[in-house]
Design a protein around this ligand. Structure first.
Ligand code: HEM
Length: 219
């Protein structure tokens, strides 16, 4: 099928499939899923997520769909992850969790790229939004399940609130609607290609974060 006739959501998924597989297979993620890491590694990962979602949900991203027809329709209050992350980190690290919090270099680079897109390129922001939130609603849930099982956290309670999407009753329907919005994105074919490239880049940022976490926690 010529690219123009392939729905944009399918283009995005297919273009990032190899990178998705690489992120899933990274040593850190595999060790986490296999129960081979301690809770400190999980907390350190959760800290990295804080920086990523602070960038995704920060001030530069707060335009309404009317003001921002490209990225606005994707930003939904029920997706917000920073409130849950703040509670998870207070639980995992204690009330002063913000005090010594510092991103790994790969996390800082990732967050900076999201902020750059949020501030100046709405299509790029959509690529980052898709890569994280749709992943969190999909296979990313496995990490929350594993953490509950391994460390006895209450189901989607403190420590794993990040994985709870209380406002989304039917994730499959939500994802279908999200795909429809991607397919209806009001941008040119050339811009779509740039967004696909940015999506690949977003996956690479995730893999770089996993690599650095692996250097710290895998021996
Ligand atoms: C814990 C390891 C992971 C597993 C087991 C996993 C597994 C999956 C599975 C099974 C799906 C398809 C779900 C469906 O069709 O509804 C999916 C979708 C997705 N995953 Fe992952 N994944 C993992 C990690 C990641 C990571 C690290 C990212 C990127 C940060 C990511 C991004 C995505 C995205 C964007 C989708 C949505 C694809 C689409 O429907 O358009 N995943 N994942």
């Amino acid at each position: 099928m010529p690219t123009a006739t392939v729905p944009f959501s399918v283009q995005l998924r297919e273009a990032s499939a190899c990178r998705h597989a690489a992120a899933r297979a990274s040593g850190f993620v595999s060790a986490l899923l296999d129960g081979g890491l301690g809770v400190d590694a999980f907390a350190r990962y959760t800290e990295q997520l804080w920086f990523v979602y602070a960038a995704l949900e920060g001030r530069a991203t707060g335009k309404s769909p009317e003001e921002d027809p490209v990225a606005g329709p994707f930003r939904r209050p029920e997706l917000a992850r920073t409130p849950g992350l703040a509670r998870d980190l207070a639980y995992l690290r204690g009330p002063d969790w913000r005090h010594d919090l510092a991103p790994l270099p790969a996390t800082a680079a990732y967050a900076a790229r999201i902020e750059e897109c949020a501030a100046g390129w709405r299509g790029g922001y959509v690529a980052h939004h898709y890569t994280r939130y749709l992943g969190d609603l999909s296979g990313g849930q496995a990490l929350g399940d594993r953490a509950e099982k391994q460390w006895g956290f209450a189901h989607r309670g403190d420590g794993v609130r990040f994985y709870a999407f209380d406002g989304i009753r039917n994730p499959a329907a939500f994802k279908r609607e999200y795909h429809r919005r991607l397919d209806a994105l009001p941008v040119s074919g050339q811009e779509k290609s740039r967004i696909v490239d940015e999506c690949r880049r977003a996956f690479d940022h995730n893999s770089a974060v996993f690599r650095e976490l692996g250097e710290l926690y895998l021996t």
